[in-house]
Each structure stands twice: as structure tokens, then as C-alpha cells.
Design a protein around this ligand. Structure first.
Ligand SMILES: [Ca+2]
Ligand SMILES: [Ca+2]
Length: 351
């Protein structure tokens, strides 16, 4: 058998270098521990419980109570996932001069996938701790703190890794408050607790209707409400119409409306054209209500224009096959009336 040599610093670094047998990571420590005495939630909720004060069961279970979940020893960095039960890893770390990273590799059995669940965190990495990475195959995803729960599914028979790395410019992790994540295994393509895209990819429910295409078949964004009483995504029509809620009557209320106008049936699909014109026929807002027009969709969209106030009819033309329009209203007092047509033309402003 061919043996490949790896530098010693790659042993127990949380990244599988020995593709054949993962020998460089099996049996490694995670770098972190869990000490209930350092967990204010554990102490707080146990204190309430001991005083016979009612604590919601889900809260209590999440912080130190009896639970149907299996709590794993967080000091081990290699987890062979063997059951469909939810396993919980809870950790904290006070020493800020020694630990270079904490990591847990969740290995799926043959023919199964491992699912990592990161709840909404109770701490901001800017206030200590570290930066979270999730590694699945060759993909490394950074900073999944803000919303949740986030689900990450491994490739079949492979692994998914939860890693906390030092903040930028730091050599070691700083004080980590108590965090936890969960994992379980399931059959390929089941996507329990998640949305299943047409190609079998699993997507967290909170990524549905978020204006970002996470499924190649767009099924996470199709049939979503715009927030203004119609559908958000408009695909493949040569023209259409968007307007504020109750139009032609004014709308008093706060909240966003989001429309995505696309000339294509899918990101890689055939295009009707690559120029979209928005004809605003009626535009009356206060300055608390702003309409943003973006070139593109999702995280990579670029701002093209911002409009507020009262305007006589005007046009906005965007040289793009994908346009995002967001109407943002910050209070419930002002009145808005917006009415626009969109047109898709086959000529291009770029060429
Ligand atoms: Ca390694
Ligand atoms: Ca989405």
C-alpha cells in the first residue's frame, strides 16, 4: 500500500489530509471542553428549576436539563456518527493563551450523510471566542453566526466539520462562552428538517424565500410572497408589473417587499435577454420609504439605484439578466404608492 507523508502540523488540525483512512484526524482531541460551572445558562436555569420556578421545557433541555438528546464528550474531535438520534456537543473554553482551534469532525457511515445543526448562537464572535467554519468536502463556509438554525449536510459516506478558529490576527482562541451544536445521520436525500431541492440537495428552511437562490432548480424561492400581495420571483416573462400593497390606494405599514426579476428559467438556463427596464409610472413615498434596485440576486447583488420621495414617471434600465427590487418602509405612518412595469428586451447595454 502506498503511504503518503504529511507534515506533523497537519495531524489533528481538524482537516482530513489522509483521504483513504482519515488517520491524521482519528483519535484527536477537539481542543475544547465543557465545564458547567462556566456556563451561566446552566446555572441560571438549574437555579430556577431548583426553586420550583417553571422553565419552558425546550429551554431547560437546551441548557443542562434532561433531554432525549445524547450529550457527547466534547473533548473528542472525531465523532463516528452511528445513530439517527440528535447528538449535542456543548463547549466552552476560558484559557485564551493555549488553544489554536476547536474542531469536531462528524463522520458519516457508508451510504449515509452526517447533518450538522448550528443553532442561533448566543454570542457574537466580535466579543470573544472565534470564527466558526463548517467544512464539507472541499467547501469551507465561514461565519454562520447570525441566523439559524443552520443545517449542513455532508457528502454521502463523508464528513462535515465544525471548527472554531482564532479571530483574524489572533494566534489563539480567546474566551469562548458556552456554545453548542448538534449532529445526526440520515439516509441520502431525505433532508429531514430541511427543504429538499430538485437535485436532492438539502437547504435550511430559513433559506427559503430569502431572496438568494440556494437550489439550482430555484425551488427555494419560487412561489414566495413579495410582501406586497403578489409573488416575489418573476421569471422568463417579457413584461410584468410590480406595485405597493393596496395600489392604487396608499399603504400604511412597515416592512419590506422583495421582487426578483429574471430573464432566465434558471441561473445557467436559456436567456430571453440581458436588459431589464423598470418603468415607474407612479412613485410617491416619504423619505422613510426607499426603493432599492440591485443588479443581480442574493448575496452577490450590486446596488444600482436608490429612490425615495415623489417622482414624475421615470425609467431605470439595468444591463443584467437578474434584477432585485426591494421596497423598504421603516415606519407605519407614511403613505406609499408605487406602481411600475418591467420590460425585458433582448438588446444589451454591455455589448
Ligand atoms: Ca489533518
Ligand atoms: Ca434561498
Amino acid at each position: 500500500m502506498l503511504h503518503l507523508c504529511h507534515p506533523l502540523e497537519r495531524v489533528c488540525d481538524g482537516i482530513i489530509d489522509c483521504a483513504m483512512n482519515s488517520a491524521d484526524e482519528q483519535g484527536c482531541p477537539s481542543g475544547c471542553l465543557y465545564d458547567p460551572n462556566l456556563d451561566p445558562y446552566y446555572n441560571y436555569y438549574n437555579g430556577l428549576r431548583n426553586s420550583n420556578i417553571s422553565v419552558p421545557t425546550d429551554v431547560y433541555n437546551n441548557f443542562g436539563g434532561n433531554s432525549s438528546s445524547v450529550f457527547d464528550d466534547p473533548s473528542h474531535g472525531w465523532m463516528n456518527a452511528t445513530s439517527h438520534d440528535r447528538h449535542v456537543i456543548r463547549f466552552n473554553q476560558l484559557d485564551n493563551t493555549k488553544v489554536k482551534s476547536c474542531h469536531w469532525i462528524i463522520k458519516a457511515p457508508v451510504g449515509k450523510v452526517a447533518v450538522l445543526v448550528i443553532p442561533k448562537m448566543n454570542s457574537n464572535p466580535e466579543h470573544g471566542g472565534g470564527t466558526i467554519h463548517v467544512i464539507s468536502g472541499n467547501k469551507k463556509i465561514q461565519n454562520v453566526w447570525s441566523s439559524g438554525p443552520n443545517y449542513f449536510t455532508s457528502k454521502p459516506s463523508q464528513s462535515v466539520t465544525f471548527m472554531m478558529s482564532p479571530l483574524q490576527g489572533k494566534q489563539y482562541l480567546s474566551r469562548i462562552r458556552t456554545h453548542q451544536f448538534e449532529y445526526y445521520i440520515e439516509d441520502i436525500g431525505v433532508c429531514s428538517n430541511q427543504h429538499r431541492c430538485g437535485d436532492g440537495k438539502c437547504v435550511s428552511y430559513h433559506k427559503l424565500c430569502n431572496g438568494d437562490f440556494d437550489c439550482t432548480d430555484l425551488s427555494d424561492e419560487i412561489n414566495c410572497p413579495s410582501g406586497c400581495g403578489d409573488q416575489s420571483v418573476r421569471i422568463g416573462s417579457t413584461q410584468g408589473h410590480i406595485s405597493s400593497r393596496n395600489y392604487p390606494y396608499p399603504y400604511k405599514g412597515s416592512g419590506d417587499c422583495l421582487w426578483i426579476i429574471m430573464t432566465r428559467s434558471s441561473p445557467g438556463g436559456a436567456s430571453l435577454g440581458n436588459q431589464i427596464t423598470l418603468q415607474f409610472k407612479d412613485f410617491r413615498t416619504s423619505y422613510h420609504e426607499i426603493i432599492f434596485i440591485f443588479d443581480g440576486v442574493g448575496r452577490n447583488k450590486k446596488i444600482n439605484g436608490i429612490f425615495g420621495g415623489n417622482h414624475s414617471p421615470f425609467n431605470v434600465t439595468i444591463a443584467s439578466s437578474q434584477v432585485t427590487v426591494m421596497l423598504r418602509s421603516n415606519d407605519g405612518i407614511a403613505e406609499r404608492r408605487i406602481n411600475a412595469m418591467f420590460h425585458i428586451t433582448t438588446s444589451s447595454l454591455i455589448n
